[in-house]
Design a protein. Structure first.
Length: 115
């Protein structure tokens, strides 16, 4: 089982990034997917959620209207489009998959928002 994130980078405030998470080794379309982030010195927090079929999404209040989670079950990939980035969005972004009591984590990708 693997979840491999990519797309993290250093970006200026107001910029955009698109994170990707490529899944393998399990039935991706049966799992709901989430993006979490962890800022330096802070606990990991849930950023966005998408149901297994993609029809239901939820976001933490601080990113509503700026971030969009999506998935392509044919490509076993989940995405996080991040617009109008702020310094408070800085952190390591983790991909997470869950079905019932079975879950998997990715290794994370670093996002730094700074001028």
């Amino acid at each position: 089982v693997q979840l491999v994130e990519s797309g993290g980078a250093l970006v200026q405030p107001g910029g955009s990034l698109r994170l990707s998470c490529a899944a393998s080794g399990f039935t991706f379309s049966s799992y709901y997917m989430r993006w979490y982030r962890q800022a330096p010195g802070k606990e990991r927090e849930l950023v966005a959620h998408i149901s297994s079929g993609g029809g239901n999404t939820n976001y933490v209040d601080s990113v509503k209207g700026r971030f969009a989670i999506s998935r392509d079950n044919a490509k076993n990939t989940v995405y996080l489009q991040m617009n109008n980035l702020k310094p408070a969005d800085t952190g390591v972004y983790y991909c997470y998959a869950r079905r019932g009591s079975v879950d998997f984590w990715g290794q994370g990708t670093q996002v730094v928002v700074s001028s």
